[in-house]
Design a protein around this ligand. Sequence first.
Ligand SMILES: Cc1ncc(COP(=O)(O)O)c(C=O)c1O
Length: 395
Amino acid sequence: MNKDFIQYQAQTTPHPLGLEVIDAKGSYVYTSDGQKHLDFVAGVSATSLGHCYPAVIEAIKEQADKYLHVMVYGEYAQAPAVEFSKLLAQNLPNPLNKVYLVNSGTEAIEGSLKLARRATRRTQILAAKNAYHGNTMGSLSLMNFEERQKPFRPLVGDVDFIEFNNEEDLNQITEKTAAVILETIQGGGGFIQPKNNYLKKVKARCEAVGALLILDEIQPGFGRTGKLFGFENYEVVPDIMAIGKGMGGGLPVGAFVASEELMDLLSDKPKMGHITTFGGNPLVAAACHATLKTILETELMAETLEKEKRFRELLIHPLIHEVRGKGLMLAAIVESEEIANKVILDCKEKGLILFWLLFEKRAVRITPPLTISMEEIEEGCGIIIDVLNKIKNKA
Ligand SMILES: Cc1ncc(COP(=O)(O)O)c(C=O)c1O
């Protein structure tokens, strides 16, 4: 492994994968040892159009030739951010018509929480158990894992937890609740979809007591589940939506979206109730615009469902208990954590990039770019099945 990477760059685990990347195009990542890796992870759902999608690269280059950062968010009108926000709002249901651009998913969550408290003048936030919303203090406060929270306390106060898909817990949503925040499809928890109109029921309860519903669309967003946003599969519209990852075609970005009425609260009493230097950066916004335009103008979104079907046909094996998720947000649930680890590491050796989920340890993450071809799906699933056969034969 690259020594300077270990010596000079802060590490997130004691055992990083450490692939030394020299190039990445389409569904493949190329490394310094001359290997070509088929990418079934897409930068953890971020490079939705594959690596270096031509329209995205062109938009970045065109903008780089004009201007980069000129002013903090909101003071100047800059075409890339304006055009992206307009195109996004035009493709969202009412009342989601105003976009606040930030720099990452977790910042989108922070903005959403602040907006909910500002709008309701209440403090309680209800989050779901096993949820992941990011790693800044506010987002970390929404994670009900003692071992992850304890070293960093005190966190943001007045956060309580409900169980995802548990209707009895909905009575915890009361007149004290500012917002309920949920991932539309739980990611780190194991790619769990809402069942029995759960999200509709949450929204109805929120409406009854004057609380807001925040949906975290950071993973399902931008076409990954066959619709532009995951919530469109479940007949519900959130009051606030947090987005990120796939929206930038590979550049760092996030946003929260709400009604004009709600969003305007952040610009007054206090003025500048939420500010960011680089949010709406023109280079990033140009990439977002090209990404969204591509997703809207091609068949990629609809094709995710055919691709899901192919994955489900190919990922049949005695060691795979279940394939969870929707569209190209899939996880193969294998028999044990050990097997999941072995599959991920052995596939890496055979040129297929897979990854873990944060909390569901038996899961093998499969979130390829939306641009992945049927042949590439067959190639990658073939590697997974070969590896599983070897594991089974050795047992
Ligand atoms: C559902 C969800 N919310 C929020 C985040 C945080 O996004 P970021 O890492 O861009 O801060 C992630 C990242 O994995 C996520 O999956």
